[in-house]
Design a protein around this ligand. Sequence first.
Ligand code: SF4
Length: 323
Amino acid sequence: MNDILSVKDLYVEYRTDKGISGKKQIIHAVNGVSLDIKKGEILAIAGESGCGKSTLAKAIIQLEHAKSGEIVFEGQNALAFNKQELKNFRKHVQMVFQNPYSSLNPKMKIIDTLKEPLQINTKLSDLEIERIVEEKIELVGLDKSCLCLYPHEFSGGQRQRIAIARALVLNPDFILADEPVSALDVSIQAQIINLIKELKEKCNLTFLLITHDMSVIKYLADRVAIMYLGEIVELGNTFSIFNNPKHPYTKALLNAVPKIGKRMSQGNILTGDLPSPENLPEGCKFHTRCPKVMPVCRNTEPPVIQINNTRCVKCFLYNNQDV
Ligand code: SF4
């Protein structure tokens, strides 16, 4: 499979207002992320809240400013795009946000919400725009009669379907879905998860799926990247990550998924909180919580070990010879 988009050594930082200390601080949200996203796959980014996964997605679509690095799309660095090139890029790459309650304009009828991207980005006639809007609303499983209604007249699951339809109107190749089901009732989540799976096949789409829910990843994703404090610590095929996790953090995340009839093994439960991204730990960023920590981990950054063509892990427990 060819890559649709590559991220190379990407850094995103924020400066905070002056705090109690009276000094502005730098939040290191994304710290040297590199990954390739293959055409037609669902790549999931997993990790705890605050690990930088949403910031990474927003930096890819350039809703957040990247400090340095490259985002290569169709052979060009998207971070160097001019205004027109960026507009074209955003036709190909769309985003679905976590909260369908706030991502739709409550004052706009659904038809106007779906027409807007086509009116801004194309020179299509009104008739042609209406035809596309009707086609997309049916594609996400809603009847076209709902187009004349307002967002408040829909349930959470229906609103997320509308948000997905809006992302589809420009026929993108690639969709960034940021926690697309976490704001929904559990009973509705499965419907949206199945819709994503169906759309991937029907529309030949590629997805970058941001989620902290490992069961969603297991069901949907072809590959998964595990993120901790702005870094990718393990990446591989979903099956191999779930069946043979290597990094202690991946093991702890998987162990935190409750299983009916099984007691959680105390030894692998993640303890402590995620350190603040304002004061990143030295050495391995996971060393303050790692049950396998060694002296070297406290002051030296571990290398990324390529286990095979599809799998890598960033940890001193492995080296190129014994994996
Ligand atoms: Fe744990 Fe050390 Fe591996 Fe980091 S490098 S995950 S601290 S064993």
